[in-house]
Design a protein around this ligand. Structure first.
Ligand SMILES: C[S@@+](CC[C@H](N)C(=O)[O-])C[C@H]1O[C@@H](n2cnc3c(N)ncnc32)[C@H](O)[C@@H]1O
Length: 213
């Protein structure tokens, strides 16, 4: 069957990605157990992080946790390009069917865990080198849970945390707090593919960790 470009699988940065308009995705989204907290497509801030990692590649076998992973394309990019060991975490277990579909299609493995940001335990955080998240601080109510996670992760020895966003007010509130408390850096970034977008990276390096990931 011939599909218009907007419903066809697209290859972006080496990964096959289903658009939300693809018939298979439409069928999954129509089910009762469809994602409920905006995990219904691939959001674009992950691409800011991919660019950053291309310029600052993590060592092979780096343990990466993607928080608010949704369909998990950022984790897949890290597995494919940096041989990272990846764990996708999301509060909404309904996103994982979409993650599994993409992992299978792209021949990569991503472990998953259903958990809210603030409930991630030190025992799990201590096993991570790097924490990444794109488009995850979009409501005022997410600032406190994300700050709790960041504080817990730094205390657990996670070396670096990177959160990307177009510049929504809750994200900028979180960023200001992290600049003050942890010397986090806010970096303006932009991408031209798959479309033109501008945004920010919040990069927090753990002052107590021995080396960068
Ligand atoms: C806007 S989507 C972004 C998804 C993915 N990061 C991307 O870039 O495509 C936000 C994701 O964060 C998840 N989320 C929202 N609140 C959360 C929380 N308190 N703890 C963990 N995940 C959460 C949602 O289920 C959703 O998958």
């Amino acid at each position: 069957m011939n599909q218009s470009p907007s419903t066809s699988i697209q290859n972006i940065r080496g990964l096959d990605i289903y658009p939300p308009t693809h018939p298979r995705i439409q069928k999954m989204l129509a089910k009762a157990d469809a994602p409920e907290i905006h995990g219904d497509k691939v959001w674009f801030s992950s691409y800011f992080i991919m660019d950053y990692l291309d310029a600052n590649p993590p060592a092979p076998k780096t343990r990466i946790m993607e928080i608010g992973c949704g369909w998990g394309l950022l984790s897949m990019y890290c597995a494919q390009n940096f041989q990272a060991r990846t764990l996708g975490v999301d509060a909404d277990k309904n996103v994982f069917a979409f993650l599994e579909l993409h992992a299978k299609r792209n021949h990569v493995k991503v472990k998953t865990k259903a958990c809210r940001f603030e409930n991630l335990k030190p025992a799990l955080l201590t096993k991570q080198d790097l924490i990444l998240g794109g488009d995850i601080c979009f409501w005022d109510e997410l600032v406190e849970p994300l700050h709790t996670l960041i504080a817990n992760a730094l205390a657990a020895g996670v070396k670096r945390i990177i959160i990307a966003d177009p510049g929504r007010t809750p994200f900028l509130t979180l960023a200001r707090r992290c600049r003050r408390l942890y010397k986090g850096k806010l970096k303006a970034v932009n991408i031209s593919k798959p479309r033109k977008h501008e945004g920010y990276l919040l990069i927090i390096d753990n002052p107590f960790a021995a080396t960068s990931p």
